[in-house]
Design a protein around this ligand. Structure first.
Ligand code: ZN
Length: 436
């Protein structure tokens, strides 16, 4: 099933010709309408799209970073007058000012197309009743999926996040067939669903379109098992317009990039040089059709690789491997790179422990020290010292083999770690703080 079959199954030569034409236009557009890019392009000596002869010439264009966008807060990256902007979104920054995204009417229309494609790839149809349990507001996730699903023709329930009992009640009473949520909130809902004890036949749920934070295969398997649904992943960020940049098809062997709207590249995060096809590195994306806030070579800080082999689903757009981690989420402990997803993959496959964990990093006697707090599924285990000790040792040993690092494992009572309704915050880095 496709949403825009002609576009999603173009021949590679056609995709590349379209991308080249749009890239050249984008260079002219940015040069003429965004002072920030005018200056940057002058510095690179590329003052006209005619200078771009092939797609690989994209490597001569300037990068854009999150800081560039923040430094031009709120509207200095706009390429159109404010009266042409139809909507403003923003992502909550953990520090300082939010990252703003502005959309023209045309941008909103194309965004909905992109999201509808991703939704169809994940199995959604016009017959679905889909509950959006993302928090509404400035966040791009909720309204992005909302309008994309409406465009597809599905029935949309703007539930927003929170109030678990009501979420589950709507699942049952409204005959909800699809859920949109973050993986951590979906997992939370799936646990609550089991606890409430209604028979599965009371629920018509069949698909989950989960996104906005990373989800390991193990965590996904857990959600699918608890809820008995098919879960697909999609990819996007405020800087690139929100969700819909890429999404899985029903075969789930990578996320198809919307290549008619975006030009992805993989670079070496340290040298900035292009990586060979198939090699892992930092994902860099140029928007090809955005009018309100076009972005040249945005450094996503996400580590992945691109696969240009045709997919058995019929889509020809390049597939991005699930993001392996972020260049800045990566913890460096005693010189070893640690991604939270590695820890998650160890825990989710184990008995007696849930998928909820917290990482605490301290500096003790000038040495980094990683504590992994893991939630038990059953509190009664806390009374059995020997079993507890065995479990602790087994987690420790598995972590050591995956991370190559000594950790301190602490088992904590069920439901004692914080649950997240938005992005999960699992790392507590105390290395620069004095502990009392
Ligand atoms: Zn596919």
């Amino acid at each position: 099933m496709f949403f825009q079959k002609d576009l999603e199954t173009m021949r590679r030569s056609e995709i590349e010709a379209l991308q080249l034409e749009r890239l050249r236009h984008m260079v002219d557009y940015c040069y003429n309408h965004v002072p920030f890019y005018h200056e940057k392009l002058e510095q690179c000596g590329i003052t006209s799209g005619d200078r771009i002869k092939t797609l690989s010439d994209v490597q001569y264009l300037p990068y854009t970073t999150k800081d560039d966008i923040r430094d031009h807060y709120p509207f200095q990256m706009l390429a159109v007058p404010m009266r042409e902007i139809t909507r403003i979104h923003a992502s909550s920054g953990t520090t300082g000012k939010p990252t703003v995204g502005c959309y023209t009417k045309g941008d909103l229309n194309r965004w909905s197309d992109q999201v509808a494609r991703v939704a169809v790839g994940g199995g959604a149809t016009a017959d679905d009743i889909i509950q959006i349990s993302f928090g509404y507001g400035l966040f791009t996730g909720a309204l992005g999926l909302h309008y994309g699903l409406e465009k597809l023709g599905a029935t949309v329930i703007p539930a927003s996040s929170g109030n678990t009992v009501k979420q589950l009640m709507m699942f049952r009473d409204f005959g909800v067939t699809g859920l949109v949520a973050t993986p951590s909130y979906a997992l939370y809902l799936s646990e609550a669903m089991k606890e409430q004890g209604y028979p599965r036949s009371d629920y018509k749920l069949r698909i989950g379109l989960l996104g906005s934070e990373s989800c390991t295969p193990e965590m996904r398997a857990q959600i699918e098992k608890n809820m008995e649904i098919f879960v697909s992943d999609n990819y996007g960020m405020t800087e690139l317009g929100g969700p819909g940049v890429a999404g899985e098809c029903e075969l789930r062997c990578g996320l198809h990039f919307a290549e008619d709207h975006f030009l992805p590249e993989i670079i070496d995060k340290d040298t900035g040089l292009p990586k060979a096809p198939g090699e892992a590195g930092e994902l860099v994306v140029t928007t090809l059709t955005r009018e309100g806030m076009p972005v040249l070579r945005y450094r996503t800080k996400d580590i992945t690789r691109l696969n240009y082999e045709p997919c058995a689903c019929g889509r020809t757009h390049v597939r991005m491997e699930k993001v392996m981690g972020r260049t800045d989420d990566m913890l460096i402990i005693k010189g070893v790179n640690v991604f939270p997803t590695q820890i998650e993959s160890v825990l989710v496959g184990m008995d007696y422990v849930g998928p909820h964990y917290q990482l605490v990093v301290r500096r003790v006697n000038f040495m980094d020290n990683l504590e992994v707090r893991v939630e038990l599924l059953d509190g009664s285990l806390l009374e059995h010292y020997r079993e507890l000790e065995e479990l602790q040792r087994s987690i420790h040993d598995r972590l050591k083999s995956v991370l190559g690092l000594e950790t301190k494992v602490t088992l904590v009572e069920p439901k004692s770690l914080e649950r997240f309704q938005g992005k999960a915050k699992r790392i507590l880095d105390l290395r620069n703080e004095k502990e009392s």
